[in-house]
Design a protein around this ligand. Structure first.
Ligand code: AKB
Length: 296
């Protein structure tokens, strides 16, 4: 393994103008297939590769490339990254909170040693890396309602400890090696066509299935328990939005930095009753409708 020297990392990078070549680890979990679908729409079917250690259902094979990848096997990871010209890595492999407590050594291996492999492979090959964190990264001494971005984080699960570790290691690799590391803290995710597995928030998905199947649900948490949840579409959209590419042009950036951030149009409103008709959502919808109509 080549842990990157500063020089070797900075000399490797992918061209931002090309389509990214994306590898999703843990692709058969709750989020991988949905994210692959979104990214494939944007970057092309063959540019997004799902991977896992399990055998996928046929539908996954039909919808785009799938390969076996074991994040604990560094050589296997490197082979995949090199052979497939991977430029973005979305790292979803993890043992969730409840199964993690049932098998701490395995959770430590997958969630911590596995992450080290992912960080090193990303740094070694100049990949952009996304690793999700979650509400699990907080603990009983964190403020619970609301929980701010920056506060005490002393989780009491191996899953949570591994997520705090991932947040800090990502920040450190960014600072130390210039790694393009991105991270979002997910709440519990609710999805209809994919199942979570081994998490504490799984009940919020299971309850829908049981409501339809039997009309009866046995909940493993108390009735007054409150946890943050999000529908999968919002979670996946946020993840793709976070992957926006910024390639700043110093000349334009300097000009932009010297211009007003916000225009005061109150005199125009007073003088002749000026008022805009297109707010941001309206403007975006109108633009996309025009462009889509032109493209047909
Ligand atoms: C879990 O319940 O373990 C996960 C999470 C919130 O991170 N769904």
């Amino acid at each position: 393994r080549q842990v990157p020297s500063d020089a070797s990392f900075h000399s490797v990078s992918f061209s931002e103008t090309d389509h990214p070549r994306v590898l999703i680890t843990g692709g058969l979990g709750q989020l991988g297939v949905g994210l692959a679908k979104l990214l494939r729409k944007q970057y092309g079917k063959n540019n997004v590769i799902l991977s896992d250690i399990r055998k996928p259902p046929d539908t996954v094979f039909y919808s785009g490339p799938f390969i076996y990848s074991d994040i604990l096997d560094y050589k296997n990871l490197r082979e995949i990254v090199v052979n497939n010209r991977i430029s973005w890595l979305i790292h979803y492999s993890a043992l969730l909170s409840a199964v993690g407590e049932a098998n701490v050594p395995l959770a430590r291996a997958v969630n911590i040693t596995g992450l080290h492999n992912i960080l090193d492979i990303a740094a070694e090959h100049g990949l952009r890396l996304f690793v999700p964190s979650t509400i699990g990264a907080f603990g009983p001494s964190s403020p619970r309602n609301p929980t701010p971005d920056l506060c005490i984080q002393r989780p009491r699960t191996i899953y949570g400890v591994s997520k705090v570790h991932a947040e800090l290691m990502g920040e450190y690799y960014h600072y130390r090696y210039g790694l393009d590391f991105r991270c979002l803290r997910y709440p519990g995710i609710i999805s209809a066509d994919s199942q979570p597995g081994g998490g504490t928030t799984d009940y919020a998905v299971q309850i829908f299935h049981d409501a339809i199947k039997t009309g009866r649900f046995e909940c493993n948490l108390k009735p007054d328990t409150r946890l943050p949840m999000m529908y999968i579409e919002d979670c996946l959209r946020a993840t793709v939005e976070l992957e926006v590419v910024y390639k700043t042009d110093p000349v334009r950036q300097a000009i932009a930095d010297s211009w007003p951030m916000n225009f005061d149009d109150s005199n125009a409103s007073k003088d002749w009753g000026w008022k805009h008709e297109y707010d941001l959502p309206e403007l975006v919808t109108t633009m996309l409708n025009h462009l889509n109509a032109e493209a047909v």
